[in-house]
Design a protein around this ligand. Sequence first.
Ligand code: B12
Ligand code: SF4
Length: 552
Amino acid sequence: MDEKKQDKEQSKPVKAIKIEDLSISRPHAKYTSSLDDKHTRVVDRRLGTKDVNPLLKINYDGNNFKDTKGPKNYGLPKLPKGEKRGRFLFVMMDQYDRIPYWTFGPSYLAAALEKNDYHVEIFNGTCWHLNAKDLEKYLLDREPFDYIGIGYLTNYIHDVVDHVKACRSASPSSKIILGGNGYSPLPAYYLAKTGADFGISGEAENSLLNLVNTLSAGKSAENIPSVSFRDGEDIYVSKLREPVPLISNIPQPAYHLFPIETYIWYESRGYHNGVKAFNILSSRGCPYRCNFCYRLEEGFRYRPFDHFMSEVKYLNEKHGVLHFNMSDELFMTSKKHVIEFSNNLINAFDQGIISRDISWETTGRFNIVDQDVANAMAESGCNRILYGLESGDTKVLELMNKKTSYEMIEAGIQATRKAGMQIQLPCMFGNIGETADSVKKTVEILKKHSGTDKRLLRPVTPYPGSPLYKYALDKGLLRDHDHFFEISKNPDLLTINFTEMDDETFYRVMYEANVELIDHYHEHMATVEKESFSKLYFSDDDSDFSLVDHRQ
Ligand code: B12
Ligand code: SF4
């Protein structure tokens, strides 16, 4: 853009954000926020110089809900072979991603249900880009389902409302159960707004089974931990169940219900230059509490290595997967664990348990990585680490409770690069304490290190359930949950301005930072692409050359 045009662009007033209401003409039940507050309480915690990071703590009622070993059968009769206790449909909504991401939640839940004699089907709007109208048609074609489960992230609330309506109109007898990271922190709110019958907060393998077993036995859902439900105008929210301590008790995802080859195709083409790639988890939970991150569940749990390996082997042997994206919330939780895991993997290669051609990537942390950790990972086939950079400014990092610093970031990147691995650096703009100067440090790090990984800045969104959301409510930046959904429409625009800058300055600073990043990225890519053509034509080396897309 020439300078004049750029000036003109910059002097435009900041566009007012169009505000739409949740498309609900009438709420389906009375709602009081005290019902949702039951789920979380804030523990006072002083961090850094300002007390800005309330730590959300879960109200487990540890006395009653320790039934984490498995579902109770509620005296259900044993079934004759082949008979089912009920029909369950998981609705996976379109997330509008060009490359749909594998969704772990429904695949794990489906396995738990199938293992307990439920017939399970998947309406995969995520993979096939289907909408609420398509769901309505699907339901009209099928024998009625006893239960329809819809899981979602906060951003998709409008779609949930449409999908619940579609279920009600095409399958009025089905009981609608909500869940997932969107639902979990505000169960009463969502039941009131969507008109769904039940919901489950948090990890749901046990709670969902308890719920459907109870309902199948004709009993009431009262007092099932983590389950909330609506009875006409009234909403009931029970306390939370503790997450399953031994995650090897959770059955392997019900892969046979999903178009795995399609997911592999997307992953391989999208990110991995044709190497067959797929997603897997080696742990659940995260011990940290960054202020922007929604974490309902406490407790961090590893999978026993052999348990993890049996799934790696299955995916490798059955589907030819050679690259694993370990999408753990946080893989790099301790140096000891990472080194042990990597050594176990090397042993598995040495003993011929799994092919040495296997590679992997995962999530990391700058306060954990050092040269030993990075070397161990690289030796065991890890070729890329996604580190939550968030900001390059130590003060901003401290205020967001990230437990990292500029120095750790620089050292961690050096160690990772030296070990021969790539890095990805997701980041944000506008957390508490952010200024026009602090963002320069983020831009500097991204320009120096993000390479071919295009990273731009977006404003931080305070998702319900995160400490930042609580902070916004406490400081009066948010009136209530409705207010959040009114103003949170587009992740590229401000939901709440947590900085001292006015909104116009905020956008101007972010705009300039993004322009710098875009220019840098394209210059860098031009060099990379020219070099890869040169190597391909003149040195007979296609190692850096990305797949040709014949549609372009
Ligand atoms: C992998 C991951 C991704 C992947 C895939 C996301 C996806 N669409 O599935 C990618 C990289 C694409 C991604 C992107 C984003 N993500 Co993300 N992501 C995760 C991560 C690290 C793991 C999710 C996971 O698979 N967990 C493992 C499975 C087993 O757990 P689960 O999904 O929670 O499922 C359990 C329960 O939720 C429940 N459940 C799930 N579904 C259902 C359905 C029913 C019917 C029931 C009853 C229960 C239920 O039972 C399941 C089994 O126990 C989580 C962190 C976390 N805390 O989980 C963040 C997280 C889900 N992401 C988050 C966010 C904000 C995003 C983005 C919006 C970021 C951004 N600004 O772009 C985008 C949105 C992308 C999109 N299109 O949806 C937030 C969601 C916050 C919120 N309140 O919605 C989380 C929680 C991170 C955080 N802690 O803040 N993400
Ligand atoms: S942002 Fe990452 S490290 Fe921080 S609490 Fe969330 S999952 Fe853990």
